[in-house]
Design a protein around this ligand. Structure first.
Ligand SMILES: NC(=O)c1ccc[n+]([C@@H]2O[C@H](COP(=O)([O-])OP(=O)(O)OC[C@H]3O[C@@H](n4cnc5c(N)ncnc54)[C@H](OP(=O)(O)O)[C@@H]3O)[C@@H](O)[C@H]2O)c1
Length: 349
């Protein structure tokens, strides 16, 4: 295969917002160490973190002139001399932290798109163990596959990460209709859960009912006490699991929504209130499990890929943008607007 000598790469040139992402043409180094692989990136998916990385609000370190975005789907175009688990032509997805192979994450200094260069580029070298292989006959588009990386693995970890805790027939509550929530909905439904989702929009709830078959939708704007609605639809019992994306602004209501012995998977920080929520009292009174989720390991990524492949699940890609500077900005603006249901992606040509 003849590889180009240059490639188009985007870099975050300052922490002043989306416009600080600039397009460059750079030399492409195709020399590989023995255990490296070169990936031709075909699509990337955006996450909420990618927005706050551009503004300096992300809580983890962000390198100078870093290539943004962590989630990519691509094709192996070259392998190092000692690589035996991947071949040219294999489809792969990235892992948010390529060194996180199993168990809870211990090192937060390896994240793609913040600590080290990410994937908004045409080619990227990885250690062979730092990517997850897709099945040869994968039904997923590159945009769908890229959606599995952060939002997908996070959702998988949040539902199935605590071994033997989630069983079919249990109820799962998702907050909002962003990427993590929508993939959680798809996975939970496929695993036989009763599903409830909240949204600020009745139109979105209606769409999700029709397209994804969610069992119950609750508008958290018109029902600010949405935890009471959750109790109503669960016959006063509460849910088994909450996919907690709101953080400090929603945690008290999430804990009020679970049944005795239920679990809250603590993931995001989309909402904020000044008043400190009484988490300790609520966890004690509910004998609750409050579990922090930090994306997930390669082991979880492989489990997710297997499940999605076996069940032939589609991923909720709402909008796909192109690779021009204008289109990249539009993709970020679309994510920021929170107008879509699920994922925003960029196709790389
Ligand atoms: N811990 C981890 O490893 C991890 C991994 C991935 C993501 N995260 C975090 O998880 C959160 C969600 O990420 P994402 O990528 O799925 O975000 P996203 O796609 O940008 O989600 C945006 C959606 O969230 C909903 N939302 C916003 N404010 C809300 C609120 N106060 N209450 C309920 N829903 C609200 C809105 O849905 P409606 O329009 O329907 O109202 C909005 O469209 C973010 O904070 C992100 O940083 C953490």
């Amino acid at each position: 295969m003849v590889l180009p000598t240059t490639q188009i790469t985007y870099r975050l040139t300052s922490k002043s917002g989306i416009e600080a992402i600039k397009r460059f043409e750079e030399p492409l180094n195709t020399d590989l160490d023995a255990y490296e692989v070169l990936i031709n990136i075909k699509a990337v998916a955006l996450n909420y973190r990618d927005l706050i990385i551009t503004t300096g609000e992300y809580p983890l370190p962000v390198g100078d002139n870093v290539i943004p975005i962590s989630d990519a789907s691509g094709v192996v175009v070259k392998v190092g001399a000692a690589v035996s688990d991947l071949q040219v032509g294999d489809r792969v997805i990235t892992n948010c932290n390529p060194n996180h192979l199993y168990g809870p994450v211990k090192d937060f200094t390896n994240g793609l798109g913040n600590s080290q260069d990410g994937v908004l580029t045409q080619y990227r070298t990885f250690p062979h163990y730092g990517v997850t292989k897709l099945p040869k006959d994968s039904h997923l588009s590159h945009e769908e596959a890229a959606s599995l990386v952060c939002a997908g693995v996070t959702a998988w970890n949040a539902i199935f990460g605590l071994k033997d805790h989630f069983t079919p027939g249990q109820s799962v509550l998702m907050l909002g209709t962003g990427g993590v929530s929508m993939i959680s909905l798809i996975l939970a439904k496929a695993a036989g859960a009763v599903t409830i989702i909240t949204s600020s929009s009745d139109e979105k709830l209606q769409y999700i009912k029709e397209k994804y078959g969610v069992d119950y939708g609750i508008n958290y704007r018109t029902h600010p006490d949405w935890e009471k609605e959750v109790m109503k639809v669960t016959n006063g019992e509460g849910v088994d699991l909450v996919i907690e994306n709101g953080g400090n602004g929603t945690i008290a209501k999430s804990l009020a929504s679970i049944k005795i012995g239920g679990q809250v998977s603590l993931i995001g920080f989309l909402s904020y209130v000044e008043e400190k929520p009484d988490v300790v009292g609520a966890v004690l009174m509910k004998s609750a499990i409050l579990r922090g989720i930090a994306v997930g390991s390669k082991e979880l990524s492989e489990q997710l890929v297997h499940f999605v492949h076996t069940k032939k699940l589609g991923m909720p890609v709402a909008k796909v943008f192109g690779f021009s500077e204008e289109q990249v900005y539009e993709a970020y603006a679309s994510l920021k607007s929170q107008s879509e249901i699920g994922k925003v992606a960029i196709r790389i040509d």
